[in-house]
Design a protein around this ligand. Structure first.
Ligand SMILES: NC(=O)c1ccc[n+]([C@@H]2O[C@H](COP(=O)([O-])OP(=O)(O)OC[C@H]3O[C@@H](n4cnc5c(N)ncnc54)[C@H](OP(=O)(O)O)[C@@H]3O)[C@@H](O)[C@H]2O)c1
Length: 342
């Protein structure tokens, strides 16, 4: 493909936006022409916020509403908080711009489930049915044609990639799945808060969002599709005293007469042709340091009797956000899927 795709990034002054701009700087097919920030912030070069972007992206960042006026955009990445994302998506879709949304606004198929978990009414139910869930390795045919792409959540990506093939093949039971996930502090975004203060996070580890984290319904939705039956997983996230990375340790019951060879076969078959998923040997754990700053998901497992432990590691800002978004962009616009990502 010779002509570049003209794109904008809203939420460029956030952590996920910055990660995307770093990746886009090495993408030969994307022409980043406009950047958006939140209300009330100054218009200035993006390098004033992120000095590491100097010479990689030398354009000014302006209020996101300014982006709506551009008539040259073919795609927009929305690295915005939920609610702000659906308000912006509506505007871009009206103008025929393809949208890649980092937020949860279009991930849940049922707007009432969205309202229950996010505490706000869904403001764009008209576009919701058009949204394609962007778990690249499992929805590629739909992603190719998507005009509205719901980029998956970081924790859900780390959980669904290993479990979908195992549920589809009946290797594990859909009941009794327990997910223990741990994330680095960049998962909370750039806005300062007491819970994310260095002194609170450093040299500590704690669970949060027990039985109430917003990624639970997304995990249940996608695992339910794979199982062909409702899934009600126990999901407990933890805050790690590191900058980036997620490790999910998942406990599941094997189906009747299923063992480690079945687990390995299902995972290997599902991901034989997938560059960004790496299956480790039995008894080997996935590890954050091996995936940090990459778009890889590493998956390991161990079996004892009828019990399975799966470990899965990703970088929350890359495969969990900007990297997967760029992988989706590549699929949507016909680029080699690894472009800008390796
Ligand atoms: N961080 C992760 O690991 C991660 C992983 C997966 C998905 N996500 C999702 O990606 C999105 C961005 O996350 P983040 O961690 O990058 O958050 P962040 O660091 O807090 O950045 C949020 C961005 O949105 C802008 N913004 C805030 N309110 C806005 C509004 N009303 N209108 C327009 N722009 C607005 C902010 O601009 P100002 O700086 O000018 O306020 C900033 O650029 C969220 O939906 C998040 O759930 C994040």
């Amino acid at each position: 493909m010779s002509k570049k795709i003209t794109i904008a990034v809203a939420g460029a002054t956030g952590y996920a936006g910055r990660e995307l701009l770093k990746l886009l700087a090495r993408h030969h097919g994307a022409d980043t022409v406009a950047l958006g920030h939140g209300p009330g912030e100054p218009d200035e070069p993006i390098s004033a916020t992120f000095p590491d972007l100097a010479k990689l992206c030398d354009i000014d960042v302006r209020d996101t509403s300014f982006l709506y006026e551009r008539t040259d955009l073919q795609a927009v990445f929305l690295a915005l908080p939920h609610k702000a994302a659906m308000a912006a998506a509506k505007e871009f879709l009206k103008r025929g711009v393809r949208v890649i949304d980092f937020s949860a606004d279009y991930r849940l198929k049922d707007p009432l489930v969205y309202q229950k978990w996010y505490g706000v009414k869904h403001e764009d139910p008209e576009n919701l049915p058009r949204a394609v869930y962007g778990l690249c390795e499992h929805y590629r045919p739909q992603i190719r044609k998507a005009v509205l792409l719901a980029n998956p959540g970081c924790y859900p990506t780390s959980v669904t990639l290993p479990l979908i093939p195992l549920l589809k093949a009946g290797i594990i039971r859909p009941e009794g799945i327990i997910i223990d996930s741990k994330s680095g502090a960049s998962g909370g975004g750039r806005k300062p808060s007491q819970g994310m203060h260095f002194v609170e996070v450093n040299e500590s580890l704690k669970a949060y969002g027990m039985f109430s984290h917003r990624h639970k319904p997304e995990i249940d939705q996608e695992l339910g599709y794979a199982a062909g039956a409702p899934v009600d997983a126990v999901f407990t996230p933890h805050l790690l005293p590191i900058e980036r990375g997620i490790l999910s340790t998942i406990y599941a019951d094997l189906g009747r007469h299923k063992g480690p060879i079945d687990v390995m076969t299902a995972l290997k078959e599902a991901y034989a042709n997938e560059f960004f998923v790496r299956i480790k040997g039995e008894g080997v754990s996935a590890e954050i340091k091996n995936v940090a700053n990459t778009n890889f998901c590493d998956i390991g497992f161990a079996v004892s009797g009828s019990k399975l432990i799966v470990t899965s590691a990703i970088d929350n800002l890359v495969k969990g956000a900007a990297g997967q978004a760029l992988q989706n962009f590549n699929i949507m616009f016909g680029f080699e899927e690894t472009t800008g990502l390796v």
